[in-house]
Design a protein around this ligand. Structure first.
Ligand code: GLV
Ligand code: MG
Length: 319
């Protein structure tokens, strides 16, 4: 993850047709909220939900939160009107459009072109609204690198486990849990790693999808820890109880954050002229070099974008 990317440890899903849930979401501590026009909204409620979402974005109250709308996918008849109504109505109060069930790079290009047209028409800065590409089926995963680079607007690659399991005929109905009969390893490992590699190769964020047993916070935490351990930046949350768990799991430990910042400071000092211009240096009992700096930068960036503060600051030796 490069420095300066938005924090997305917890990405709260809110049905776009439910005004009460939309209002309630404003007071919650999620890093991102996405107002959904897709699978959590019934087909007959979709046209009206567009207006509800526009109103929720324009009425404010989302300070410090990444504001995203998930539109319907390009195989439906709803996508173009979703994008036009939402961006014309609330484009200035929107950070990203999430495109579900992306299968080809052309689908991202189509969204990019449509966004550009609307931005020009209503006088918004061209290119400011980002795209989150949800990978939810086998074809999308096979094309994930091309999808990641289809537009400079793409900010995140998002795993959609429920649709994905259905798409590949995985023999399980419980998202996040192992399919019965698969008794070696983790059945999701390849999919998660493939998404993570595409995200990291192209400097994007990798976001894990939902855990549907919303009352089981321990189960959520257990599954979240797996993708966090691999390097994912955050996970969807479907219920307020999952927010604190996600913010915790996807933040570095305080001790790791302090350590990372100290490596960066010590390395910068020792490689400078004043510090002796040395490439491999000691920090306490630990040898650090350029590769250590890169690892430290990942942890420090995640901590900074999560608003963490240092509790232990390295001081250069006095000369
Ligand atoms: C989310 O959209 C999923 O399909 O898991
Ligand atoms: Mg889905």
């Amino acid at each position: 993850m490069s420095e300066g990317l938005r924090s997305r440890r917890s990405c709260l899903a809110v049905p776009g047709s439910n005004q009460r849930f939309l209002e309630k979401a404003k007071g919650l501590d999620a890093d991102q909220v996405f107002l959904d026009l897709e699978d959590s909204v019934a087909p007959i409620a979709k046209p009206a939900a567009r207006g509800t979402v526009v109103e929720a974005l324009n009425s404010g109250g989302w300070e410090g939160t990444v504001r995203v709308v998930r539109v319907n996918d390009w195989t439906t008849e709803w996508t173009f009107r979703d994008v036009i109504e939402v961006v014309e109505g609330a484009g200035a109060n929107l950070d990203c459009i999430m495109l579900p069930k992306v299968q080809t790079p052309e689908q991202v290009v189509a969204l990019d072109l449509l966004l550009t047209q609307i931005e020009k028409t209503v006088g918004l800065e061209v290119g400011r609204i980002g795209v989150e590409a949800q990978i939810e089926n086998a074809l999308g995963l096979v094309n994930v690198d091309a999808i990641a680079t289809a537009s400079p607007r793409v900010e995140t690659i998002v795993f959609g486990p429920a649709d994905f399991m259905a798409s590949i005929n995985m023999k399980s109905l419980v998202v996040g849990e192992q399919p019965p009969g698969y008794d070696v390893g983790d059945a999701y490992h390849y999919i998660l790693m493939r998404i993570l590699m595409a995200a990291r190769a192209h400097d994007l964020q990798a976001i894990d999808g939902p855990y549907l047993q919303v009352r089981d916070v321990d189960g959520f935490t257990r599954v979240a820890r797996r993708s966090a351990a691999l390097g994912f930046d955050g996970k969807w949350v479907l219920h307020p109880d999952q927010i604190a768990a996600a913010n915790d799991v996807y933040s570095p430990l305080q001790s790791d954050y302090d350590h990372a910042e100290n490596i960066l400071d010590a390395y910068e000092h020792h490689t400078s002229e004043r510090g002796g211009a040395i490439g491999a240096v000691m920090l306490g009992d630990e040898m650090i070099d350029e590769a250590s700096r890169k690892m430290a930068l990942v942890v420090a960036s995640k901590g900074r974008s999560a608003g963490m503060e240092r509790s232990d600051v390295w001081q250069p030796p006095s000369d």
